[in-house]
Design a protein around this ligand. Sequence first.
Ligand SMILES: Cc1cc2nc3c(=O)[nH]c(=O)nc-3n(C[C@H](O)[C@H](O)[C@H](O)COP(=O)(O)O)c2cc1C
Length: 199
Amino acid sequence: MSNAWDRTAPTPSPYPPAAPTSGPAPAAVTHVLKRTRQVRDFLPTAVPESILTDILDVARWTGSGGNRQPWTFIIVTEPATRARMAEIATYTPHIGIAPVVICIATVPHGNPDNESYDEGRLSERIMIAATAHGLASAIGRVRREHQAEIGALLGVPEDQVLRSMVSIGYPTEAGRAPKVAPGTARKPLEDLVRRERYG
Ligand SMILES: Cc1cc2nc3c(=O)[nH]c(=O)nc-3n(C[C@H](O)[C@H](O)[C@H](O)COP(=O)(O)O)c2cc1C
């Protein structure tokens, strides 16, 4: 009989595995998650439509507060539009370089904390799906003072807000190179984790 307090004993999960049993092992999924990084160096090569559709379908399945799904995804590939967007929005030159930028327009619903949380989950899932397809991706946030101008450029209704964009595309050789030596880009787990209480 298993002893519930024996942490070395394997406990059967009451839930089915997240990945289909015929699909990738958990390690394959966590590998993709750990490889999902901000990569800003893109080739101009077009992203195949089937891959883009799969990424957007992953985005569609993102959970949102109250299941509101308050978003519309605007796919921008036109170089002149991306160049103008990169002129307006500061700190996001990658949107002028990547062949595809997924812009997220959302309907504000009076809970800015949840709105940002939703957009964070959505952006991250887009990046993870892109990474799984061998693409690079990069977040671009539109600062408040530039949101109306970018929104107007893309015809976003005035009662909606455009503050998150995700650039995707195939990485250049520089973009494919490891960004920093493994283990140095993030704090070690022992600095981040507490058991039961903070201190
Ligand atoms: C809320 C948020 C806003 C960000 N805004 C930008 C941005 O405007 N431009 C940009 O190039 N990167 C932006 N980033 C990307 C971060 O710089 C990146 O996640 C961080 O440096 C870690 O990168 P790494 O995963 O490649 O190590 C943003 C990330 C987050 C989570």
